[in-house]
Design a protein around this ligand. Sequence first.
Ligand SMILES: [Zn+2]
Ligand SMILES: [Zn+2]
Length: 97
Amino acid sequence: MACYTIYDKDRNPVGHLCGQLGDHCAECNDLGVNLCDYPVGDGKTCDRPLCNHHALLVAPELHYCTAHAAQWQAFRDAGGVKQVLENVIPFKEKPKR
Ligand SMILES: [Zn+2]
Ligand SMILES: [Zn+2]
């Protein structure tokens, strides 16, 4: 049977929980209630199990692990998101009358 560490909001371990509750978080000993949704090609996602603290919510229902969140933030800071949005705009324009 697996045991998990329960943390308070300041990340102090406050107790344990044991049971068949699935994978541990990839970054700590808490419950891995989320999976990293970062695309790694081939239609697959990273799928690292993550607790609520270590899963970065980048969009509703979309979580990234610590390493992939850093990659995502670097991509976003480099203007990657802006480029993606600019490429999308022509398809959203309404036809002129
Ligand atoms: Zn964690
Ligand atoms: Zn990941």
